[in-house]
Design a protein around this ligand. Structure first.
Ligand code: ATP
Ligand code: MG
Length: 566
């Protein structure tokens, strides 16, 4: 590749429209251009990165026994009606009509299409297990497309779907994908963690998100620095609190707490710590009020609550809803005599002699105890985990860190196969729904996440396996025949070895060539200039470490090949 001939429209200035570093750098380095909101063109170098990622993804999916297909992007709305998602998916699903008035949509994901394909073509347990994947453009009419390739409306995804005869086989397929995903992100040269994710009503650890670690990530992860434990906020848990051993119960008393509604105000007034107060929060659960008890210094994690109550929607009640439900202003609500369904975070169970609202304006109880003053029937881990908590596996202090979700694997069970009546005949000749799994990788998001993780003030720093090219050769004096011949020699030698190499023999000042090479983040840079004429020396520089080596021209090729070896 010759810089001179290629479309690499680099920019000196940061584009105003870009907020995050990957978006800024991809625009500045001429990797992408915006067509409209959330929709981008990939220029040659941007496409080269995508191809590298796709190549790794294909190899690992094939190695795991998955088969590549390519499904249509335009999907009939009827199929979505059948699965029940036409309404449920909401405005992210772009719908339109063709000339015959048939309603269609652009595929945001392909569960419906693949299930339809399999129900029409696979009829026996003998054809199972089956895992089909594709790498394709998806369209989601995201409410807030932003951060360039990170959250586009049109983006490239690898999606795979597994079909198995029973739950055990489906778990085996899931584990294969989990392993393949580890290999993929490892091979891409990225620092990542697989975190347990919320798997909704399916339960168990059958959903993992693969997170590229980056300070700018949108997601918060809970990780253990000592062992392998990692989870996202919706799923994270911690070492359970110690059980309560024969506490000495003191007498419960009602105390006046005029105007003290907030935890901080009540506890300061009472001279106790927030962990000695149990707050009663009212949540609207599918439209009905439920009282949730938790320690004053803890927060409710709404997804945990939603899953525990098997609800579709949970939302913190407004002041008015609280008043309507209990007849007391929020801040004074408590569990004694309350007529609502009551659930408690498990840490409440290890408290004794704590403060609670008295269900009367301007009053609280102190020295309350569950079991004596009120009963708690339903208990679960319902709270947000913090850095004060300990790892549920090994007890080490947990850490919170930021990540970018680049992949998601999920055991689907029979939800789609039942809805679409996708069945096969089992060994006994009985019709059985397929047990499914789905597995996504945001290929274009991986490219952006790689930059978020690997960059400096001068530009991108590509990990070698997904770099658009491995080597850039800077010919600092294209008019000098001797220099040009030396540059050309190494350029051709590398190409013969199958190395992706870009030669910059543009008629530009050396300064701007150095700047562009740094901006593009090419792992290895070979510079040939005046020193070659004088001393026969050329310079090799590694982008990541800034390490430079002066080598005789005739050693440069071997040296580069050495550095490219894994
Ligand atoms: P998010 O929570 O980020 O919206 P999602 O849960 O909707 O993601 P999935 O449906 O699991 O994502 O899609 C699989 C993968 O596709 C994600 O892990 C992510 O890497 C990628 N992806 C999803 N939405 C987008 C988008 N708008 N732009 C780029 N990549 C995306
Ligand atoms: Mg989404």
């Amino acid at each position: 590749m010759r810089f001179r001939e290629m479309l690499i429209p680099t920019l000196r200035e940061n584009p105003a429209e870009a907020e995050v570093v990957s978006h800024k750098l991809m625009l500045r380095a001429g990797f992408i251009r915006k067509l409209s909101s959330g929709i981008y063109s990939y220029l040659p170098l941007g496409l080269a990165v995508l191809r590298k990622i796709e190549h790794i993804v294909r190899q690992e999916m094939d190695a795991a026994g998955a088969q590549e297909v390519l499904l249509p992007m335009v999907q009939p709305a009827d199929l979505w009606e059948e699965s029940g998602r036409l309404k449920k998916y909401g405005p992210e699903l772009l719908r339109f009509r063709d000339r015959h008035g048939r309603e269609s949509c652009l595929g945001p994901t392909h569960e419906e299409v693949i299930t339809d394909l399999v129900r029409n073509n696979v009829h026996s347990y003998r054809s199972l297990p089956l895992n089909l994947y594709q790498i394709q453009t998806k369209f989601r009419d995201e409410i807030r497309p932003r951060f360039g390739l990170m959250r586009g409306r049109e983006f490239i995804m690898k999606d795979a779907y597994s079909f198995d005869s029973d739950d055990e086989a489906a778990s085996a397929s899931y584990e294969k994908m989990r392993y393949a995903y580890h290999r993929i992100f490892e091979r891409c040269g990225l620092k990542f963690r697989a975190v347990e994710a919320d798997s909704g009503t399916i339960g168990g650890s059958f959903s993992h998100e693969f997170m590229v670690l980056a300070a700018t990530g949108e997601d918060t992860l809970v990780i253990c620095p000592k062992c392998s434990y990692a989870a996202n906020m919706e799923k994270a848990t911690c070492m359970p609190p110690p059980a309560l051993e024969n506490p000495a119960f003191r007498t419960m008393e009602k105390v006046s707490t005029p105007g003290k509604r907030k935890v901080a105000a009540v506890t300061e007034f009472l001279g106790i710590s927030a962990s000695q107060l149990v707050k009663t929060m009212i949540f609207m659960v599918d439209g009905r009020p439920v009282a949730v008890l938790l320690r004053g210094d803890h927060e409710v994690q709404p997804v945990k609550l939603k899953n525990f109550l098997r609800a579709d929607e949970v939302e913190l009640a407004s002041d008015q809803e609280c008043f309507d439900a209990v007849g007391v202003p929020s801040g004074y609500i408590g569990p004694v005599g309350i007529e609502l369904p009551l659930v408690a975070d498990r840490e409440v169970m290890s408290l004794s002699n704590f403060a609670i609202g008295a269900n009367e304006k301007n009053y609280h109880f102190v020295n309350a105890n569950h079991g004596r003053d009120f009963e708690i029937a339903r208990v679960a881990d319902l709270r947000v985990i913090t850095e004060n908590d300990r790892c549920p596996q090994c007890g080490a202090a947990l850490q919170l860190t930021r990540g970018i979700e680049v992949g998601h694997i999920f055991k689907l069970g029979t939800a789609y196969s039942k809805a679409l009546h996708a069945v096969f005949l089992n060994e006994e000749g009985r019709e059985t729904p397929f047990v499914m799994g789905c597995y996504g990788i945001g290929v274009s998001r991986v490219a952006a996440a790689a930059i978020e993780q690997n960059h400096d003030k001068d530009g991108m720093i590509w990990p070698l396996p997904i770099a658009p090219v491995a080597v850039i050769i800077l010919n600092l004096s294209p008019k000098d025949e001797e220099i040009s011949r030396a540059a050309e020699e190494i350029y051709q030698a590398l190409r013969c070895e199958g190395v992706d190499v870009l030669i910059d023999d543009r008629d530009e000042r050396p300064g701007s060539k150095f700047k562009d090479a740094d901006l593009l983040g090419i792992p290895l840079r070979l510079t040939i200039g005046k020193r070659f004429v004088k001393e026969g020396i050329v310079e090799i520089r590694q982008r990541q470490t800034s390490k430079t080596l002066d080598v005789p021209h005739d050693k440069a090729f071997a040296q580069l090949m050495n550095l490219l070896r894994p």
